[in-house]
Design a protein around this ligand. Structure first.
Ligand code: PMV
Length: 289
């Protein structure tokens, strides 16, 4: 029996633009998914296509038990975390000998297959390696870790990443003269933000700019806007949609002493708040229980 866990993630900058080869900056966060894999004689199909994909990719058969701290379908990378942790647990239980890099690459291929080609390697990379990662086209680079204090607001409005990606693609096709400059501006924000990762006040300003540009791309939502404004009014340095938008989550960057004030402001808008920070470990082995 082998138990491994992997963290969720937030997009700090560049979601949607990253689909068009622009830079994206994402950070691993504390909530994790825990996966236990056990060798079994009888084949057992899991209910999740991600888990089936992991066993198929590794060419083995086993049973799996999942315990998640990450709300699913909310843009916090729960499917990537499940995939990365499951592959790692299989790798360990069956002594397959894959590296962390291999696991990240395999997890990306599985996500791509399940999501019908609509996935960037962001979630799987961040979940496998932890920390802050800059994704540009096919390349990924770890940026220096920062102790950023975040409050995530889960709007609890359901959304579909693939639908939102498609919506942006349609808008880009019908209005390239409007959408292309917005994507360029998001790129500009992400590139500027890289130089201010250790300055939360400045970083917050860039998050606000990124939020406005995401709104202009049409991936906003009234409840997300409410949460973003509530967090800013409560004193956050900045707040924005995180992930695909249309529902799902927003993220606010705060000074440590006001984290709970911002969380309460978000809860007062009928949303769930998660106070969190950076995870620097990525996927890790847990003690078997
Ligand atoms: O909602 P999430 O966390 O799956 O983020 C989607 C981010 C997009 O840039 C819209 C798509 C992608 O695969 O990067």
């Amino acid at each position: 029996m082998a138990t491994w866990s992997a963290p969720g993630k937030v997009f700090l900058f560049g979601e949607h633009a990253v689909v068009y080869g622009k830079p994206g900056i994402a950070m691993a966060i504390k909530p994790r998914v825990f996966v236990t894999v056990r060798k079994t004689r009888r084949p057992q199909r899991a209910k999740s296509p991600y888990i089936d994909g992991c066993f198929d990719a590794m060419g083995v058969i086993g049973s799996v038990y999942i315990n998640s701290q990450i709300p699913s379908s909310s843009g916090l990378g729960s499917s990537a975390a499940v995939t990365v942790a499951t592959l790692s647990a299989i790798n360990d239980e069956f002594s397959v000998g894959k590296s962390r890099e291999d696991i990240a690459n395999m997890a990306f291929e599985i996500e791509k297959t399940v999501q019908k080609g609509r996935a960037s390697p962001t979630d799987t990379t961040v979940s496998a390696f932890g920390g802050i990662v800059l994704i540009t086209g096919g390349s990924r680079r770890r940026l220096p870790p920062q102790s950023l204090h975040l409050v995530i607001g889960d709007s609890m409005v359901s959304h579909s990443t693939s639908k939102m990606v498609e919506q942006v693609a349609d808008l880009k096709k019908s209005n390239p003269k409007i959408v292309d400059p917005i994507l360029d501006a998001i790129e500009g924000v992400s590139l500027a933000a890289i130089h201010h990762l250790s300055n939360p006040k400045e970083l917050g300003r860039y998050m606000n700019m990124n939020h406005a540009l995401l709104d202009a791309l049409g991936v906003g939502n009234p409840q997300l806007s409410r949460l973003v404004l509530a967090a800013r009014s409560a004193g956050a340095f900045g707040a924005k949609i995180t992930g695909a938008g249309g529902g799902g989550c927003m993220v606010a960057l705060c000074a440590k002493p006001i984290l709970h004030r911002v969380a309460h402001a978000i809860q007062a808008c009928d949303a769930r708040a998660i106070v969190t920070g950076i995870d620097t470990e990525g996927v890790r082995k847990e003690k078997n229980v």
